[in-house]
Design a protein. Structure first.
Length: 168
């Protein structure tokens, strides 16, 4: 299971980034197939006929990360639409959902990846599944820099922190 951002080392820090969270943890075989399908798309991704410097990777067997180095060329609206169409195709092929943003992924006390629906975050906090320092994943990051610095963060620093009663 890959947990490092090595596929994007050569990309500029302002590279445009999309994080898609699978509806469940993937098997190693599914994660490998997801990476192969997304990487194949990224290798051929074009904007107005010009190739984009793009890459894709699967992290934690749960997250598909796609990145475009906009220093080398910007993704247009149409090219972004084509990537979403590819995501939809992958969803059907692998029988997963990558577009539902209602689950918060986090590392439990055993450092295993779990997820909780946004409506259940407060309950998970009250029952101890989430703590103020639980590492959560903020999939709303939009750049490589944000991915490196603000994707894996404590609950208190995330959007979900406002959904629980934190101590002062």
């Amino acid at each position: 299971m890959n947990t490092e951002l090595t596929a994007f080392q050569s990309f500029a820090t302002n590279s445009r980034t999309w994080v898609y969270q699978a509806s469940r943890n993937l098997t190693d075989a599914e994660a490998s197939e997801l990476k192969q399908l997304a990487s194949g798309f990224a290798a051929d991704w074009k904007s107005h006929g010009s190739p984009l410097k793009a890459a894709a990777d699967v992290l934690y067997n749960r997250f598909l990360v796609m990145m475009v180095d906009e220093d080398a060329g910007s993704a247009s609206g149409c090219s972004i639409d084509s990537s979403v169409q590819q995501i939809r195709s992958i969803q059907q092929k692998l029988n997963i959902n990558l577009l539902d943003r209602m689950d918060l992924a986090y590392l439990n006390s055993d450092n295993e990846l779990e997820a909780v629906h946004a409506n259940k975050i407060s309950d998970a906090f009250e029952h101890g599944a989430l703590t103020e320092e639980t590492t959560v994943f903020d999939n709303m990051v939009t750049s490589k820099n944000e991915l490196e610095t603000n994707w894996r963060i404590p609950l208190t620093k995330s959007w979900a922190g406002s959904r629980v009663s934190l101590s002062c």
